[in-house]
Design a protein around this ligand. Structure first.
Ligand SMILES: [Zn+2]
Length: 86
């Protein structure tokens, strides 16, 4: 986890968007800080643990806080993740 980026944000900034029972993929969204009006989408494959984010930072290969917080939630019970960190 990137402590540098995660420390600037909280899990509540991620909004649970949906969970696909067939693919076991959970989706979160977060408003983009760099592009007002845009939304970043973070997908989490609960089967493999893979996390992908489409924000500008992640697309450039940087650590981003979206992935950091989803990864941190991965250490919580699955019910917490699917409930959107509640
Ligand atoms: Zn991101």
């Amino acid at each position: 986890m990137s402590v540098r980026t995660a420390a600037l944000h909280c899990p509540a900034e991620l909004t649970f968007s949906g969970a696909d029972d067939l693919t076991a993929i959970v989706t979160f969204t977060a408003a983009s800080a760099s592009s007002p009006g845009a939304v970043n989408t973070v997908t989490y494959d609960t089967a493999t643990g893979a996390i992908h984010c489409d924000c500008a930072g992640a697309e450039c290969g940087r650590d981003c806080w979206h992935i950091d917080h989803v990864a941190a939630a991965d250490e919580s019970p699955a019910s917490v993740i699917t409930a959107g960190f509640q």
